[in-house]
Each structure stands twice: as structure tokens, then as C-alpha cells.
Write a protein that binds this ligand. Structure first.
Ligand code: CAA
Length: 258
């Protein structure tokens, strides 16, 4: 692949968007390579993913403005769909995805981070949806996910003003869960991913699905979604081992994803 790298460390996969000359901006090729990279993740082996950007300056500086500059209405809509399809794949990916945001997360960069389950960032990170300054709306999910994460009022202010915010403000409004120095960011992301990876994988996957699917519906339906996914864990090897270990006052030997 030209712009996306994938490495495996134990049960954690690390996906890096690697187009530093354009601050990791998302052109069609990057989107296609991301799509393929996620398709190729072996979810029987990998239990958590980290998504980050190459270099020390930028996570992702947005969708590629050069590529978008000449699009027609229909092409613009298709480009939006292309990004949205990949980001929805990330959002609904069976295993958790942690965004390790190492610098600019603007436009499509902020949007891809919001399709991840968990966001942590470095103290040089900058977030924003600057699209209205370019004559467009956020087009890779920003008008939908930002309000769901930080609330409608703050999302509207950020999107209408196009104003960027720094890491400390992103933390204050709940856009990121934690801020680290740039040096500490990847170790922190790996520690978080390893902490997830050591838990029972079927249970973690079902938690992600229950939270995501439940948020799309009302509470009466949501708790039924939970009941089904809770029930689904029973009779698994990992449920039996997890509970037996507790009752026998010993550590879990291993969760085997079955
Ligand atoms: N698209 C294409 N190229 C980009 C880019 C983008 N989004 N962001 C940065 N680049 C390129 C620059 O054109 C530049 O390339 P050249 O060296 O060939 O000129 C290179 O990356 C380095 O950028 P700068 O020289 O601008 O670096 P800087 O440190 O001075 O500024 C920055 C950094 C503030 C992030 C600035 O690059 C910037 O404002 N980028 C655009 C941010 C933006 O508006 N993002 C939203 C895009 S629209 C979108 O994402 C729509 C959507 O929702 C789908």
C-alpha cells in the first residue's frame, strides 16, 4: 500500500495513515487503502486496533482539498459516500478501535477519529471542522457524530464557526478521553489496547455492538439488544473460564475467543 501501513504487536493491530507530505490528508487512494486494511484485519487474532497518523505534526489534516476542488455536485456526494462508508466500517468494526491523535485532526481528520471507539491525543493536537470556511459542510460524518459526542450546542458552535480547538479544550468538552505528550501517546494507546485485548473478546465485541446499536434506538428496544448480547456470552468457553476463575479464586488462564 502507498499510504497506509499495518503492523501487528501481539493481539493489537496498528494502522497508520502515512502521507506526511500532505499532513496525512485523505484522498481517494487513502480511503480505499484504509477500507482494504480494515477488511484484511484478522479479527480472530486481533483484539483491539490503534489508528494513528505518520509523523509528529498531523493525525489527519482533512479530506484532500486539491482532489475536492473540482468536483461536481454528484461527484461531491459520491466522495462523501466514499468517506462515510469507510468511517462507518470503522465505527461498526467488530473490535474496538482507538484513535491515537498525534497532531492536526481537522475536517475529515476529526471525523475519522469520531468513528473510532476511543480518542486519546497528544498535547499538540488541534481539532476542528473548518469546512464552512472552504464553502462546504463536513462531509465524512461530522454533522452527525460531533453532536452525538460533545452535544448539539458545542457541535453547532464548532461547525458554524469553523474554529479550531486545542487538546485541552477537546479534553474539556469530552471529544478526547485523555491528553499525553507526543512521546507518551503511542505507549499510552498500546497500554490501553493491551488492557482491552486481555479481556474476553466475545464479551468486548458484544459490548461494542450493544452500545452502538442501543444508541440508535429507544431504551425499550435498547435493553432488549443488551439482553440478547448478554445472553450470547453464556455457554462460551471464555464465560465459563472467567467465572470459574473468580469462584476458584485464581487468575484467568487465558481467554480463547470461543
Ligand atoms: N488537503 C490537501 N492537502 C493538504 C491538506 C488537505 N486537507 N492539509 C494540508 N495539506 C498539504 C498542504 O497543501 C501542504 O502541501 P504543499 O507542501 O505541497 O504545499 C502540506 O500539506 C503542508 O501543509 P501546510 O504548508 O499548510 O502546513 P502548515 O503547518 O502551514 O498548516 C494546517 C497546517 C493548519 C493543517 C493547514 O495545512 C491546513 O489548514 N490544512 C487544511 C485543513 C482543512 O481545512 N481540513 C478540512 C478539509 S475539508 C474536509 O475534510 C471535508 C470533509 O469533511 C470530508
Amino acid at each position: 500500500m502507498e499510504f497506509v501501513t499495518y503492523e501487528v504487536e501481539g493481539q493489537v493491530g496498528i494502522i497508520t495513515i502515512n502521507r506526511p507530505k500532505a499532513l496525512n490528508a485523505l484522498n481517494s487512494t487513502v480511503l480505499e487503502e484504509l477500507d482494504k486494511t480494515f477488511d484484511d484485519v484478522d479479527i480472530n487474532e486481533i483484539r483491539a486496533l490503534i489508528l494513528t497518523g505518520a509523523g509528529e505534526k498531523s493525525f489527519v489534516a482533512g479530506a484532500d482539498i486539491g482532489e475536492m476542488s473540482t468536483l461536481t455536485k454528484a461527484e461531491g456526494e459520491a466522495f462523501g459516500k466514499k468517506g462515510n462508508d469507510v468511517f462507518r466500517k470503522i465505527e461498526t468494526f467488530p473490535i474496538p478501535v482507538i484513535a491515537a491523535i498525534n497532531g492536526f485532526a481537522l475536517g475529515g481528520g476529526c471525523e475519522i477519529s469520531m468513528s473510532c471507539d476511543i480518542r486519546i491525543c497528544s498535547d499538540n493536537a488541534v481539532f476542528g471542522q473548518p469546512e464552512v470556511g472552504l464553502g462546504i459542510t463536513p462531509g465524512f460524518g461530522g454533522t452527525q457524530r460531533l453532536a452525538r459526542i460533545v452535544g448539539v450546542g458545542m457541535a453547532k458552535q464548532m461547525i458554524y464557526s469553523g474554529r479550531n480547538i486545542k487538546a485541552d479544550e477537546a479534553y474539556r468538552i469530552g471529544l478526547v478521553n485523555a491528553v499525553y505528550t507526543l512521546e507518551e501517546l503511542m505507549p499510552a494507546a498500546k497500554k490501553l489496547a493491551a488492557g482491552i485485548a486481555k479481556n474476553a473478546p466475545i464479551a468486548v465485541r458484544n459490548c461494542k455492538k450493544a452500545i452502538n446499536d442501543g444508541l440508535q434506538t429507544d431504551m425499550d428496544e435498547a435493553i432488549v439488544i443488551e439482553e440478547k448480547l448478554f445472553g450470547d456470552c453464556f455457554e462460551s468457553y471464555d464465560q465459563k473460564e472467567g467465572m470459574a476463575a473468580f469462584l476458584e479464586k485464581r487468575k484467568v488462564e487465558a481467554f480463547l475467543n470461543k
